[in-house]
Design a protein around this ligand. Sequence first.
Ligand code: PEP
Length: 246
Amino acid sequence: MKPLIAANWKMNKTVSETRAYFERFLPLVEGYDAADVLVCPPFTSLQAAREMLEGSSVALGAQNCHYEDAGAYTGEVSLPMLKELGVSFVIVGHSERRHLFNESDELINKKLLACLRHGVRPVLCVGEKKEEREAGLTFKVVETQLRLALSGAEELLSRVEVAYEPVWAIGTGTPATPEQAQEVHAFIKSLLKELNPNAEVRVLYGGSVKPSNAKAFLEQPAVDGLLVGTASLDPESFAQIVKALE
Ligand code: PEP
């Protein structure tokens, strides 16, 4: 399995900024095939990103989706809409969706199952808050999030990516240590094996990844990739992260 290095731009970059980004980013990673690369721009930039990515091996992802195909859901975007734009991955259960927009494990499960129904790969994010880690609840929180989100998806687990993103490390500049990541990743992998012994699932680390620490995370045996927010907004720094193991 190649590592997957994924960019989550969050609510950043207009259409023109998206074009300018790929003009700089694509030449920097051209011909590099030791990692799979995924970029998740905001919905409004998907079409421009798709045009810029034509002929490249960089995959296109969305940051969210609705679980229904169509209907009276003002402001929402469905999987058939995303697929027509060339989207092959969707981030599901990001901590900002969970905690700022009150997404429940039940809703995240519906979105994840909808992705699988449409042949789109969900990138399921899980992770504990600071106070949960301090209370010794990390494994319990991560296990509950995983079991609820993946309920009914056991057979199709190979079509899922999981991202371990401790909430206290996201956008704070304070990453987990590589050893902390390894410990939780190993736990996640054992749980995934229990759910489906035959499935190969990449488990990505996310939370304040930068060019200076990317290699140390990727060298951990249970870390199969990275999900990068802030540092993915700059094409040079994201390209350095993509090539961290070079
Ligand atoms: C994220 O939001 O998925 C993330 C990991 O952000 P950052 O890299 O900025 O911590």
